[in-house]
Design a protein around this ligand. Structure first.
Ligand SMILES: *Cc1c(COP(=O)(O)O)cnc(C)c1O
Length: 401
């Protein structure tokens, strides 16, 4: 069942198909398919309008009064909304700020400081570069040791094998950026806690794609991007979640005035604000937050459960087409075939993937090359159609054949 008619049937049955019109149309006629929304989600029409309002009204007319009237509250307000819609996080535990890299640094330093006397940080060798680099630099900064898990598909047993009474924190991605393998966030968090450590989760490839239940799982810290599945825009700010269990005691190293108890008191020394607000450092990126607001609002309308169901169906469609057309040409599937274990993208491997990726992009099939030999097919349920996926797979077959 790989026909154009089958793609049309799947699109006709798709409850989320109506949301495609809410995005800025791709006017470049050279684009056959956009399968990179997990790196940079497409812009919403509403974001363009919202940005215009922010510039002309909030900034242009209300001028500096907008800080008091609205902007200073945005990091917490948007964090609460994101927590409700996508993270399974009760209000008061999430802020929108900085980049994922900066939020991860803060979260990891905070976690490690909550476990004095323990001197090991755990992560995996296949984790995203920024995560590995920050784990290494925090370890170097504090004289800690990194314990590496040697896999891109981290299970409970892997974590159990390297954690113990020296473990301060474990930093893992919920969905692996290359293979799309989903880690068992709740079970791994439980093991980390049994060993006395704290769990720091990177949700970049899960937020807005699969349901996350941070509170229910007992997660300690979490960070993630908004410019991928949340479509907030290039360089839009990240989010940082700190469980309320740690609000009395956690501190973070970038002690700027926005995280201080009395921001405009111009105090002589830093006194942390109560609760999650102390996770802030500097002035919030108001323009970038406009996209976050619209992206989260659209997700709330669509519902994360429906988004996940379509991501699974799109993934299955990629696998079906790959098995029929590409496996005979020497491709292999690098993502889990079990729907329950696969996130929102599918990675195919091919010995000539690097050159082929360049050719595909030149031919309007916008995928991602992932070293050493992966072609990553990103599936964004609010914008990707089954026909678009089929057109892309057809081009891959033609160009690789
Ligand atoms: C995209 C991504 C990042 C990016 O971090 P930035 O600070 O926004 O550049 C971090 N971690 C993972 C797992 C990612 O996929």
């Amino acid at each position: 069942m790989t026909t154009r008619e089958e793609a049309a049937r799947l699109d006709a049955a798709d409850e989320l198909a109506v949301f495609r019109d809410r995005f800025v149309p791709i006017t470049d006629p050279g684009v056959v398919a956009y399968l990179d929304g997990n790196s940079l989600g497409r812009p919403l029409r509403a974001t363009a309008d919202r940005l215009r309002d922010v510039v002309t009204q909030e900034w242009g007319s209300r001028l500096i009064r907008s800080w008091e009237e609205r902007w200073l509250e945005l990091p917490g307000q948007l964090g609460d909304e994101l927590g409700r819609v996508a993270l399974g996080a009760a209000p008061g535990q999430t802020i929108v700020a900085d980049s994922t890299s900066v939020c991860l640094y803060k979260a990891l330093r905070a976690a490690v400081a909550l476990r004095p006397g323990r001197d090991e940080i755990v992560t995996d060798t296949a984790n995203f570069p920024t995560d590995r680099f920050l784990v290494e630099s925090v370890a170097a900064e504090l004289g800690h040791t990194v314990r590496w898990i040697e896999t891109g598909d981290v299970g409970v047993a892997d974590v159990a094998a390297v954690t113990g009474d020296r473990t301060a924190a474990v930093v893992l991605s919920h969905v692996d950026y290359r293979s799309a393998a989903i880690a068992d966030l709740a079970a791994i968090t439980r093991v980390v806690h049994e060993r006395g450590g704290l769990a720091v989760w990177d949700l970049c490839h899960s937020v807005g794609s699969i349901p996350v239940e941070l509170d229910a799982a007992g997660a300690d810290f979490a960070v993630g991007c908004t410019y991928k599945f949340l479509n907030a825009g290039p360089g839009a700010p990240a989010f940082l979640y700190v469980s309320s269990r740690h609000h009395e005691t956690f501190g973070q190293p970038l002690t700027g005035w926005m995280g201080a108890a009395d921001t405009f008191g111009m105090a002589e020394h830093y006194v942390p604000a109560p609760g999650i607000r102390r996770a802030l450092s500097g002035t919030p990126p108001v323009l970038g937050m406009a996209g976050v607001q619209e992206g989260v609002a659209l997700l709330a309308e669509a519902g994360i459960e429906r988004v996940r169901a379509k991501a699974v169906a799109l993934g299955r469609w990629v696998l079906e087409l790959a098995d029929a057309w590409l496996v005979p040409l020497g491709f292999t599937v690098a993502s889990p075939r079990d729907d329950a274990r696969r996130g929102g993208h599918v990675t195919l491997r091919h010995p000539d993937a690097e050159r082929l990726s360049r050719v595909l992009i030149e031919n309007g099939v916008l995928i991602d090359f992932r070293r050493p030999d992966g072609i990553r097919i990103g599936l964004s349920p609010l914008t990707t159609s089954f026909a678009e996926v089929r057109a892309a797979m057809d081009r891959i077959r033609e160009l690789a054949g």
